[in-house]
Design a protein around this ligand. Structure first.
Ligand SMILES: *[C@@H]1O[C@H](CO)[C@@H](O)[C@H](O)[C@H]1NC(C)=O
Ligand SMILES: *[C@@H]1O[C@H](CO)[C@@H](O)[C@H](O)[C@H]1NC(C)=O
Ligand SMILES: *[C@@H]1O[C@H](CO)[C@@H](O)[C@H](O)[C@H]1NC(C)=O
Ligand SMILES: *[C@@H]1O[C@H](CO)[C@@H](O)[C@H](O)[C@H]1NC(C)=O
Ligand SMILES: *[C@@H]1O[C@H](CO)[C@@H](O)[C@H](O)[C@H]1NC(C)=O
Ligand SMILES: *[C@@H]1O[C@H](CO)[C@@H](O)[C@H](O)[C@H]1NC(C)=O
Ligand SMILES: *[C@@H]1O[C@H](CO)[C@@H](O)[C@H](O)[C@H]1NC(C)=O
Ligand SMILES: *[C@@H]1O[C@H](CO)[C@@H](O)[C@H](O)[C@H]1NC(C)=O
Length: 880
């Protein structure tokens, strides 16, 4: 299906149609019967429960005692008849893959003590959701069924529900349920906050009701009535609230009205904590067919101050009303009172009351989490390694140390001594860049001491004693140990010094005498001096070469200077494909970023210098500018301007609490597009970036975007002759057509840029990790087909964008990813289109960008067919 020129019309239609499609029933429900026998599944009511073995591997299964159990207690829900208790460990966590990302989830934990341990002693413990405190769990008696519910936005891959032993009895849990709330926007508060259920009342009902499938979200409604109320009801169908609150029919069909027709309808509650912030959701639907002159109209107030109104519920139409500012205090009273011109008393059909719980603890730095998880799996480490490694602080993983002055927290020490580790030293350790202390002593580790050990710039303690490692400590580390910067403990055979030590290394055992240290230091100093001389020779040589502009500006730096600029590599600000990036400061106090290039990724030094100097001549407002480079005795570095807000990937991630508005996102896309456009059309010969991705789009203090790492792929081409056959780029951004054909052109960058725009729209990464990783294009296609245009848009935007601007941007992204690549638009076109998105959205904010007048622009592009849209061609790199 090939539709050109009519892309947007088509897309619009496509989206509208797909919104109508129905979501699957029970989609994304996770229902866990904790403590059930392994691989056990059954249906209770309409809900399919399964045992918990796949979500946790600690704790023991127990049954509640017979006096509380079936058959003595015939109404007992089956999931509550057994439980999992946690006699071991301070913190135990269930880890559940988020069923539907970027969705609100209702998380419900159920507890019934039922004297399962025969001790008849009620325990008390704490419940956490991810790194945040959820609630304390306390029981009134052994037969009370305690339900805890929280509604929380999940953007990350996993939900961890953790039970924490406070020393007041053994924690346990009976059931755990997850219900994605897929018909939003509902229960909206601040994005970092979650809502703790306080009360959920089916007003004027006797038995209470709800649960799936009466309630699509499987909420449980308790009956609530008052002697001063009368019941009204209907059996006619009632239309759902348009915002998706979807109260079940049983709940909404009954309403209460005050018996005294002139009195207000009132209810109240109290809070133990005067700081609790409450949100109340009031459900209304007129259930009486009103006569011509009848009118029901009322105002809603809280503790005497107006909340909402005047309001008249519509006949057989549900409406949900909520407070926009939270309600704070000990005592709360809601009054619904008729207005003067109302002929009928007020009504109320249902109520939900929630307490705001800020979930603002920040989980550990993602890269560190990935690394430590990898280490955990590699060595099969048991311990208490569940949930987040560093948070909450009191439950940090055994053997880890974290630095909390950064946000997110970082892992700075790892102690796995005497842990029966075997095999090689895990390469994942190299990703814990900021390790200060690493203790792997007294294990059965084999294999060489990896070279990466010298990359830990902050390392103070390294203990590898008591293993069967081969090879030697890297030179650099040995030097640092000799200079007293690192406390190094290794087995004798790993210290260089025997005849096997043929490296150019300074061949002295660590246990050197004072005098030899002195000799060594002198030797080192000499080497340094020689190196410096070499560097300055180079500079003279260059100046002599006569390249006027080159000589007039200092571009080349020695390794010594790099050490000075970065204060001995003090602060790591990133890690890219070609090496680690450090923060630095030049003599003029200007901040810079210094990328140390790993020698393995480079080509000959001569070539490096040529390319580096070429890069220094590329200037554009939206390209990160190069300030200099270092090419000193195999130590190569690039120095470029410091970008205060880091890269777009991190800025966009859910770990960042700053939320980019749609306007800002468009501006960033335009900035980045302009940078790329310059590389493609402003440079001779054109520069193809080859690695366009959010991690390579940097943001300055004003959140203006600049492209980084351009030209590097060229610098690092190993061999000019076969460059066509060597695929470069990053998974998720790699043009599937380039991958297949190995023919590189600008269109590959455009594909990657399309992925970047999709990320800006959705807030999702290019590869969405879940049970199975999914490419963003596949996910977007799926979601669109499934009918949720609103759900592909980043929920953190809270609906603050115009649909036409969003649809247009989506259209651009889709076009960029089209296949064949000739159908992809050029960057000029993409940039102009993006500017028009911004113009649609915020006409007054376009001043920052130069606009091609609408008329000219039309003429420029209407003659040819700039791009087309082929649904089948919107392929993901994983598709095969
Ligand atoms: C709990 O009871 C069920 C059924 O009576 C039984 O199959 C199961 O083994 C019991 N579990 C434990 C841990 O005692
Ligand atoms: C346990 O507490 C509930 C709720 O307070 C109460 O209804 C029930 O009677 C109590 N049961 C016993 C055995 O005390
Ligand atoms: C409430 O439940 C009882 C017992 O299950 C039943 O007899 C009664 O009809 C129910 N009442 C309503 C209004 O559904
Ligand atoms: C009904 O309510 C009104 C207003 O609150 C009050 O003045 C009146 O006394 C009430 N009537 C009865 C019978 O309670
Ligand atoms: C109802 O609310 C409106 C608007 O806040 C106010 O003007 C009116 O006086 C209120 N009526 C009553 C009876 O409280
Ligand atoms: C934690 O990090 C901060 C900032 O990077 C640093 O100043 C501090 O010394 C670190 N603390 C420890 C214990 O490493
Ligand atoms: C690692 O832990 C062991 C015992 O748990 C302890 O003896 C050792 O000192 C620790 N190592 C470091 C570097 O702190
Ligand atoms: C070495 O580890 C073993 C267990 O793996 C332990 O029994 C022993 O005490 C440890 N030795 C030292 C010196 O820590």
């Amino acid at each position: 299906m090939l539709i050109s020129k009519r892309l947007f019309t088509f897309l619009l239609l496509f989206l509208r149609l797909s919104i109508l499609a129905h979501a699957q029933q029970q989609r994304g429900f996770v229902s866990i019967d904790c403590g059930a026998p392994e691989n056990f599944e059954y249906t209770d009511g309409n809900i399919k429960y399964s045992s918990d073995g796949t979500y946790i591997n600690t704790g023991v299964n127990r049954n509640i005692s017979s006096e509380y159990n079936y058959p003595k207690n015939p109404t007992l829900p089956q999931p509550l008849s057994d439980l999992r208790s946690f006699p071991e460990g301070k913190r135990n966590c269930y880890s559940i893959k988020t069923p539907i990302r970027n969705s609100l989830h209702l998380i419900r934990a159920s507890f019934l003590y039922g004297n399962y341990d025969g001790e008849n002693k009620l325990p008390e413990f704490d419940l956490y959701v991810d790194v945040n405190f959820w609630s304390s769990v306390t029981f009134r008696n052994a037969s009370v069924q305690l339900l805890m519910e929280i509604i929380s936005l999940k953007v990350s891959e996993e939900i961890n529900v953790c039970l924490v032993n406070k020393g007041l009895g053994i924690p346990f849990i009976s059931a755990l349920e997850l219900r994605p709330i897929i018909y939003g926007p509902v229960y909206a508060t601040k994005s970092s906050a979650s809502l703790l259920l306080f009360k959920r009342w089916d007003i004027a009902s006797v038995n209470g009701s709800g649960r799936y499938e009466d309630d699509v979200y499987d909420r449980i409604w308790s009956p609530y009535s008052s002697s001063s109320w009368e019941i009204l009801e209907t059996s006619s169908a009632i239309n759902d609230d348009k915002n998706g609150y979807k109260a079940p029919f049983e709940v909404i069909r009954t309403a209460a009205r005050p018996k005294n027709e002139s009195a207000a309808l009132e209810f109240s509650w109290e809070s133990n904590d005067p700081n609790f912030k409450f949100y109340v959701y009031l459900y209304f639907a007129e259930v009486e067919k009103l006569q011509k002159k009848q009118r029901r109209k009322f105002n809603i107030s809280w503790n005497g101050s107006p909340l909402f109104g005047p309001f008249s519920p519509l006949y057989l139409q549900a409406t949900t009303v909520s407070n926009s500012k939270s309600l704070v205090g000990n005592k709360h009273q809601i009054s619904i009172s008729r207005t003067a011109d109302s002929t009928l008393p007020p009504i109320l059909n249902a109520v939900e009351i929630y307490v705001v719980r800020e979930l603002d603890a920040i989980p550990t730095f993602e890269q560190d989490v990935d690394a430590i998880m990898n280490i955990k799996v590699t060595y099969g480490i048991q311990r208490n390694w569940v949930g987040d490694p560093c948070e909450p602080k009191d439950y940090i993983w055994d053997g880890l140390g974290c630095n909390y002055s950064n946000s997110p927290p970082l892992i700075i020490s790892l102690n796995l001594s005497s842990s029966s580790l075997s095999g090689a030293i895990a390469p994942a350790i190299s990703n814990l860049l900021l390790l200060k202390s690493l203790d792997l002593s007294n294990n059965s580790l084999t294999g060489p001491i990896p070279q990466f050990m010298e990359d830990f710039k902050s390392l103070k303690v390294l203990n590898l004693k008591g293993n069967h490692l081969s090879g030697f400590v890297p030179d650099n580390l040995l030097e640092r140990s000799r200079a007293g910067l690192v406390s190094l403990s290794v087995d004798d055979q790993n210290i260089c010094g025997s005849s096997t030590c043929k490296k150019k290394n300074i061949a002295v055992p660590i246990a050197v005498s004072i005098s030899s240290v002195l000799v060594l230091l002198i030797a080192l100093a000499l080497v340094r001096k020689l190196r410096r001389k070499k560097a300055s020779d180079k500079e003279i040589e260059k100046a002599n070469k006569g390249g006027g502009t080159i000589a007039s500006k200092k571009w080349q730096y020695s390794y010594e200077e790099i050490l000075e600029i970065t204060k001995n590599f003090e602060v790591v600000i990133g890690k890219g494909g070609f090496g680690i990036v450090y923060r630095g400061e030049l003599k003029d106090r200007n901040q810079v970023a210094v990328k140390m290039l790993s020698p393995s990724s480079s080509q000959g030094p001569r070539q490096f210098q040529t390319e580096a100097e070429l890069l220094m001549t590329v200037h554009h407002r939206n390209l990160v500018s190069f300030i200099g480079y270092c090419d000193d005795d195999n130590k190569m570095a690039l120095i470029y301007e410091y970008m205060a807000n880091g890269n777009l990937k991190n800025y966009l991630s859910d770990k960042n609490s700053n939320i980019l508005t749609w306007q800002k996102r468009l501006e960033i896309a335009i900035d980045a597009g302009q940078g790329l456009e310059y590389l493609h059309h402003g440079c001779k010969p054109p520069i193809i970036h080859r690695d366009v991705k959010t991690a390579n789009i940097l943001l300055n203090e004003n959140l203006e975007a600049k492209i980084a790492d351009f030209g590097l792929s060229k610098v690092f081409k190993n061999d000019n002759t076969n460059s066509e056959s060597e695929v470069m780029g990053t998974t998720g951004y790699l043009d599937p057509l380039y991958y297949k054909s190995r023919k590189l052109n600008e269109k590959s960058d455009i594909y990657s840029f399309g992925i970047v725009i999709l990320e800006l729209i959705t807030g999702q990464p290019a590869v969405i990790k879940g049970e199975e990783s999914e490419h963003i294009t596949a996910w977007v296609t799926d979601e669109l087909k499934r009918g949720d245009f609103s759900r592909i848009v980043d929920p953190r935007l809270e609906g603050k964008f115009s649909a036409s601007s969003m649809e247009k941007a989506l259209g651009i992204a889709v076009a960029c990813c089209a296949s064949p690549s000739t159908h992809r638009p050029s960057l000029n076109f993409v940039v102009q289109e993006l500017k028009h998105c911004l113009e649609v959205e915020f006409p007054s904010h376009c001043d920052r960008f130069e606009m091609v007048p609408r008329q000219v622009y039309k003429e420029m592009y209407s003659s040819s067919e700039p791009y087309s849209y082929d649904t089948d061609s919107f392929t993901s790199p994983f598709a095969g």
